[in-house]
Design a protein around this ligand. Structure first.
Ligand SMILES: N[C@@H](CCC(=O)N[C@@H](CS)C(=O)NCC(=O)O)C(=O)O
Length: 221
């Protein structure tokens, strides 16, 4: 690899974390540049086509979309984290996208002021988790005993669900025991622990309080 990779990040972003987990798992030497998404620097508009993070700079080129970044990093650092069987790989890609929808619902559940929106998002998430539980291997990771790309993609969601549980006693994984165990297995991994800044739990609580949504009224500490 000639050019050192540079990842543009926002510390709270779970999609950035998906990319970082793969970079850490593959022991890639990369630079990370943090921006404040609430007050992005001028240069970010020129670099990010959607105005979103993550963005991976590869020399003069720019990659965006977390799943694309994950796959690029995986391909340039064999052996691959993807399952060998094309059908399993394709199915995993679909379930990774499914996990993106859960993450997109988790944010309003955590931040929206309206209790009805909170309930609607929680119901949506619990329904999606039941579907996910039904296709999980029941083994250590999603497909079995090997850590694959889909495991890297889901760990950020589980980390945030763990924050919610610690802050409010709402356990979104209470009725999905395979997912609860999967979450425990993923959150214990070094590549997952090292994929966020140490102050993230404090920042997450600060974000919940700052947004002052319905969930903030349920904080237990
Ligand atoms: N589909 C994108 C989603 C990325 C995303 O939603 N990033 C959020 C931060 S967590 C963002 O940049 N939001 C700013 C915006 O949409 O303006 C991916 O997987 O990379």
């Amino acid at each position: 690899m000639s050019d050192k990779l540079e990842l543009i990040s926002f510390k709270l972003c779970p999609f950035v974390q998906r990319a970082v987990i793969v970079l850490k798992k593959k022991a890639v030497d990369f630079d990370i540049t943090y921006i404040d998404l609430n007050n992005p620097p001028e240069w970010f508009k020129d670099v990010s086509p959607l105005g979103q993070v993550p963005v991976l700079k590869v020399g003069d080129d720019v990659l965006f979309e977390s799943s694309v970044i994950q796959e690029y990093v995986d391909e340039i650092t064999p052996p691959s984290l993807q399952p060998v069987n094309p059908l399993v790989k394709a199915k995993n890609r679909a379930w990774i996208s499914f996990g993106g929808d859960i993450l997109m619902a988790l944010h309003p559940m955590v931040t929206n002021k309206d209790e009805a929106v909170f309930n609607e998002k929680r119901t949506f998430i619990l329904q999606k988790l039941k579907q996910l539980e039904a296709v999980h291997s029941g083994d250590r990771f999603f497909n079995g005993s090997d850590f694959n790309m889909i495991d890297a993609a889901y760990a950020p969601m589980f980390m945030r669900m763990e924050f919610v549980k610690n802050l409010t006693n709402i356990d979104l994984l209470a009725d999905t025991p395979k997912l609860a165990k999967w979450s425990e297995n993923l959150l214990a991994l070094e590549c997952v622990k090292q994929s966020v800044v140490p102050e993230l739990p404090t920042m997450y609580k600060g974000m919940v309080k700052h947004m002052d949504g319905h969930l903030a009224s349920l904080l237990t500490y």
